[in-house]
Design a protein around this ligand. Structure first.
Ligand code: OAD
Length: 252
């Protein structure tokens, strides 16, 4: 088991904490990461090739079907002990900001109060033409096949698209500004389950380190963020994070 004691000391002593999460955070809940090979219905597809505005323009039924599959998956799964440990950090360290690249809303389900969503959410669809928000569905999509025609906008008749950020699109300005500000102000930044390959999100831990924060990384694999991490806790979110929280606040 990885030794978390020194990292826990830094975490417990921090005034301001940022928790920055990627797909690995939800892996143990059963949500595949972006760089995992897909299986079953989607095994011939590349997740990243489906996550572009061009893919939606070329084949809206395929892309909507893919996101409806992911939304249905997110409805079936539950937060894991890693998400719960993140909510516990917020409870112990009130100046904690959670910044996530994930679109599954599992942080909210675990009790995180207001995570900043850098890449949007599967539960905030909007019109691809007029950008007005559409009614989100909380029902699972039918499972019979891959393709599903997107619903039409009740205002302009345009196709509804998922409320996520696709490759080649700008990140939403307000969440990005809030994330960068939190990164510049924190004492400790925990980066969990992200490959650190997708920009500008991957800059968040780098900015924190530049502004003097201690960076703690939780990931079973090496990443480019190893270079800025003062502590590299090699392991999975659901095993390392509960141990880190217990070591940081042993009496709770
Ligand atoms: P990736 O799929 O790129 O990386 C997942 C990371 O999680 C890898 O570094 C894995 O080693 C690590 N990992 C796997 N299992 C883990 C576990 N149980 N515990 C902890 N870590 C684990 O996911 P992201 O870095 O989130 O963007 O990808 C960033 C963005 O690229 C995504 O938000 C998405 C994607 O394409 C858009 O859709 C715009």
């Amino acid at each position: 088991m990885v030794d978390v004691r020194d990292a826990a000391k830094a975490l417990a002593g921090a005034g301001r904490v940022v928790v920055f999460t990627g797909a690995g955070m939800s892996a143990e809940s059963g949500v595949p990461t972006f760089r995992d090979a897909l299986t079953g219905l989607w095994e011939r597809f590349d997740a990243q090739a489906l996550a572009t505005p061009q893919a939606f323009e070329d084949d809206p039924d395929l892309v909507w079907g893919w996101y409806e599959w992911r939304r249905s998956l997110a409805l079936r799964v539950a937060p894991n002990p890693g998400h719960e440990a993140v909510a516990a950090i917020e409870a112990h360290a009130p100046h904690t900001v959670v910044i996530t690249q994930n679109v599954d809303d599992l942080h909210e389900q675990a009790g995180s109060t207001a995570p900043i969503h850098l890449h949007g959410s599967l539960f905030t669809p909007r019109c691809a033409t007029c950008s007005r928000p559409a009614e989100p569905s909380r029902e699972a999509a039918p499972e019979e096949g891959r393709r599903l025609a997107p619903p039409r906008c009740e205002h302009c008749g345009g196709p509804i698209r998922p409320g996520v950020v696709w490759f080649g699109e700008a990140l939403p300005a307000e969440p990005l500004e809030a994330a960068v500000q939190a990164a510049t102000e924190c004492d400790v930044l925990l980066t969990i389950g992200t490959s650190g390959l997708v920009y500008p999100a991957a800059d968040i831990p780098v900015v924190a380190a530049k502004f003097g924060a201690t960076v703690i990384q939780v990931n079973p694999q090496p990443t480019p963020l190893d270079a800025v991490a003062a502590f590299n806790l090699t392991g999975t979110a659901a095993t390392v994070l509960p141990a880190l929280v217990s070591a940081a606040w042993p009496l709770s």
